[in-house]
Design a protein around this ligand. Structure first.
Ligand SMILES: [Zn+2]
Length: 152
């Protein structure tokens, strides 16, 4: 049985199509699949964090060449690892990937590295916010990019 609304093939005894079309009444009802599709927007926070982390890392490395301490690089690494671990877990919660042993081990490794880096480093958060301008710029660019991806 083909749905006249969305052309999806349903079993012959189906009462309703996944899109919400009722074969008996011939009316489009609220879809049973009311959950919105998983968009890339759900990972916007992680992606912004990743971008900020990369920028901080680059900034920190560039700072070393100018005689700096590279503290920003440390903070950047923390953000990158944290965002990757968080994104991985979020994908599992959203059902996009299965929670494998390897995935858990990688996440735990990331979090362990973060913990070690935090213990080695004081005032990490203060250092992250020392240079907010590129971070804000990246946030804007990333948001526009994500909107373009979603709109397509
Ligand atoms: Zn349908």
């Amino acid at each position: 049985m083909e749905c006249p609304s969305c052309k999806l093939i349903s079993p012959p005894n189906a009462i309703r199509c996944d899109c919400g079309y009722n074969f008996t009444s011939g009316k489009l009802e609220a879809s049973s699949l009311s959950k919105p599709p998983i968009s890339k927007l759900r990972f916007l926070g992680c992606n912004i964090a990743l971008g900020v982390g990369v920028l901080s890392l680059i900034g920190g490395v560039a700072g070393i060449s100018k005689g700096g301490t590279g503290d920003g690089g440390f903070a950047g690494l923390l953000i990158i690892l944290g965002a990757l671990a968080y994104r991985s877990r979020k994908k599992v919660f959203l059902g996009l990937v299965s929670s494998s042993k390897t995935r858990r081990l990688v996440e735990m490794a990331f979090l362990s590295v973060i913990l070690c880096l935090v213990l080695l480093q004081n005032n990490v958060l203060a250092k992250i916010y020392q240079d907010p301008v590129p971070n804000l710029a990246y946030t804007g660019v990333s948001f526009e990019h994500q909107r373009a991806v979603v709109a397509r």
